[in-house]
Every structure is written in C-alpha cells, then in structure tokens.
Design a binder for this molecule. Structure first.
Ligand code: SF4
Ligand code: SF4
Length: 184
C-alpha cells in the first residue's frame, strides 16, 4: 500500500493514469454499473464534439437500479421515475478493453467544462450533510489517503467545490437537492 499523502498533488490523476485502471475504465461486462448520463450532459458533449459513437444505451437492470437507490436513498421515488425497470438510459461508451472512448493517452479529451458531473465529482459523493468517498481500489487518491479531508487536500479541491458539483449533478437529473447537499 502507498504511503499516505499529507499535501496536495496536482498530478495525482496523471500518476494514477500511469498505473491504471483509473475512473475512466469499466471492467468489461460491468458496464451496467457505469454512472448514467443525463440529457443535458449528453447534449453538452455532442455540442462540443459532435460525437456519434461516444455513448451507449444501457438497460435499467435490477443491479443498476439497486445501485442508484443506494446512491440516492432519499430520492427513491424520483429514481424509479427516471429509470423504469423496462427502460434504458445513456452512459459513456467504452471500448473492448473497458476504457471510456473519450480517454486518450494524454487523458480525457473533453475539456473540464464539458465533462459529465460524475467524472468531475469522483471519487467523492454527498449524503445529506456528509461528504463521503467511494472506496475504489483503482483510484490513487483512495489508495494514498485515509480521510475525506486528506483526499480533498491531495486533489487540491475544497468541500464547497465538491458540493457544488454534486448540486449540478442533482440538477441535471431533476433531483431536488436536500439541505446541506450543495453546501448552502
Ligand atoms: S468523459 Fe473523460 S473523465 Fe469521464 S470517464 Fe470519459 S475519459 Fe474519463
Ligand atoms: S480520480 Fe482517482 S481514479 Fe480517477 S484518475 Fe484521479 S486518482 Fe485515478
């Protein structure tokens, strides 16, 4: 295991990319667990690069729905409306190796302001008042830090910025923010 980091490292994601697999990768066969892409995020990407093959239509499988309910425990009803069991949703497409099709050897080819909210948010998540993190073994930030404040410091972002991104993600899905979600 890596030694815990105490300071910031603007190159942590670049270092992660040299070790792989990073958050731009999904294990082939596990695509149903990719975070869904809202219409507004899709249209932002299409406006930027007219990408026809950058997206995949994914069935709302039971494991996917269970994951979404776990991620939005207070918004179950809205999640069920957004993702009906027989329906589909959009996600970023990945290639045969599992890499996001927008990933290049120099990193993501989408400018930051065009990237999906989940990409900007990862590895953080928000539960009501609490800023939390995913436990992702493929994420160098997760491997090199032990607490959320350490992870924020390593990435050089503030809790307020993370809550703001989470708020934008909720808005993109038409999910009402809870008090505390967006750091208000
Ligand atoms: S859009 Fe960019 S940041 Fe998001 S998964 Fe794809 S390559 Fe990674
Ligand atoms: S957020 Fe984590 S998984 Fe994604 S590139 Fe950075 S260190 Fe790697």
């Amino acid at each position: 295991m890596s030694q815990p980091h105490t300071g910031g490292d603007p190159h942590v994601c670049a270092r992660c990319a040299t070790q792989g697999p990073t958050c731009c990768y999904v294990e082939p066969g596990n695509e149903e667990f990719c975070f869904p892409l809202s219409r507004s995020e899709w249209s932002r990407i299409v406006d930027y690069c007219r990408e026809e093959g950058g997206f995949a239509e994914q069935r709302n499988t039971r494991p996917f729905l269970d994951t979404m309910r776990r991620l939005f425990p207070l918004r179950e009803k809205r999640v069920e409306e957004l993702f009906p069991p027989q329906g589909t949703h959009l996600r970023l497409a990945s290639d045969a190796r599992g890499q996001c099709v927008f990933l290049t050897s120099a990193g993501c080819r989408l400018p930051r302001e065009v990237r999906p909210w989940f990409c900007l948010l990862f590895p953080f998540w928000v539960r009501g008042e609490m800023l939390t993190m995913f436990t992702a073994s493929g994420c160098l930030v997760c491997r090199e830090t032990a607490t959320v404040p350490e992870s924020l410091a390593l990435l050089g972002v503030s809790a307020k910025e993370v809550r703001h991104i989470f708020g934008r993600l909720l808005l993109a899905w038409g999910l009402e923010p809870d008090e505390g979600d967006c750091g208000k």
